[in-house]
Design a protein around this ligand. Structure first.
Ligand SMILES: [Zn+2]
Length: 347
């Protein structure tokens, strides 16, 4: 089955100052790797269109969009200690956001899944400012588009090693989007505590799973299956959006997790199994972090194999829960029990 795969060459022109880990070489390696491996032939390569202003403004303030647009005229515009724009950043960020919008349209028209291989990433971008290598919040913009075209219950699963503060904040008080994040803690940006579970009509629609460094494939899968799975089934999303960062890979220079490329494939297989269980919900992946280019390419390929229909037996990667996982599960159930009273009595 051929997989819609979104990319735009301007994503390679956005460049941060020399030596920055979020560099064009990440996507260049992905392109090289896919060209040299069989999975590359199963992709339906599509050019990511630019997001329109009204689509960006569903998430970002006018002043934020204007500030980034003005950065086109300067050689370099610094927004925070590790987030700077060059002349191409505004266009790259528009196309990165537009990829997610086009991918939502692709699955709406029948594709079971789609992948956006774009940069800059998005999940740290707040409504009013760029942050942490991110300019426009690609996942939040895609989710808002999905809601605008008729989806009613969107799951954003964020498995980037960092917490997606921007995405969480945008939907914190909303009941149409369930935001679930597994992330390393302590680590940038410092948000994503278990006790942050949403507010107002969004009570219970934020699920943060902060984890100490060193977690393995089987620990991630075990938490997905024991904690996230029951919530997903009860919540029954009609669209799965994955904020797919690959910086929890054991080779990644920024993260301290121990996931393998095959582990990312297994997590994708878990996602697709649950998407099927809740009634064949489509799955859209949008790239976030991942700073070891080769590990990034191998991990993306493992996910794309699943999108292309390869069966991956994720259950065989499950081991009996470690003491660490049991401990996290019981702490989490304390925070989530009031929102999901029937689900966590067994933990
Ligand atoms: Zn990250």
């Amino acid at each position: 089955m051929s997989v819609p795969f979104y990319f735009h060459p301007v994503c390679l022109e956005h460049r941060q100052p020399e030596g920055h880990p979020e560099c064009p070489e990440r996507l260049e390696e992905v392109t090289r790797y896919l060209a040299a491996h069989a999975i590359g032939a199963e992709l339906d390569r599509r050019e990511a269109p630019p997001a329109e202003r009204n689509q960006l403004e569903r998430v970002h303030t006018v002043a934020h969009v204007d500030a980034l647009r003005r950065s086109e005229e300067a050689e370099s515009t610094r927004f925070d200690a590790d987030t700077a724009a060059n002349h191409a950043t505004y266009q790259a960020a528009r196309h990165a956001a537009g990829a997610g919008i086009a991918a939502v349209d692709a699955v709406r028209h029948g594709a079971p899944s789609a992948f956006c291989a774009v940069r800059p990433p998005g999940h740290h971008a707040e409504s009013d400012r760029p942050m942490g290598f991110c300019f426009f919040n690609n996942a939040a913009i895609a989710a808002e588009h999905a809601l605008a075209v008729g989806y009613t219950r969107v799951l954003i699963l964020d498995w980037d090693v960092h917490h997606g503060n921007g995405t969480m904040h945008h939907f914190y008080r909303r009941d149409e989007v369930l935001y679930v994040s597994l992330h390393q803690s302590p680590l940038f940006p410092g948000s994503g505590r278990m006790g942050e579970t949403g507010a107002g009509p969004g009570s219970g629609t934020t699920v943060n799973i902060p984890l100490a460094a060193g977690r393995s494939d089987s620990e991630y899968l075990s938490l997905l299956d024991d904690v996230v799975g029951p919530i997903v089934v009860e919540w029954s999303p009609d669209l799965f959006l994955v904020s797919a960062g690959f910086d929890a890979h054991w080779d990644d220079p920024l993260g301290g997790m121990e996931l393998s490329a095959a582990g990312f494939g297994a997590m994708a297989a878990w996602v697709h199994d649950y998407a099927e269980q809740v009634g064949l919900a489509p799955v859209v992946y949008t790239l976030e972090g991942g700073y070891h280019p080769r590990a990034l390419a191998e991990s993306i390929s493992a996910v794309l194999e699943v999108c292309a229909g390869r069966r991956v037996d994720w259950e065989s990667s499950l081991a009996p829960p470690t003491e660490y996982v049991r401990n996290i599960r019981s702490k989490l159930s304390g925070y989530l029990a009031s929102h999901y009273p029937d689900l966590f009595s067994h933990l």
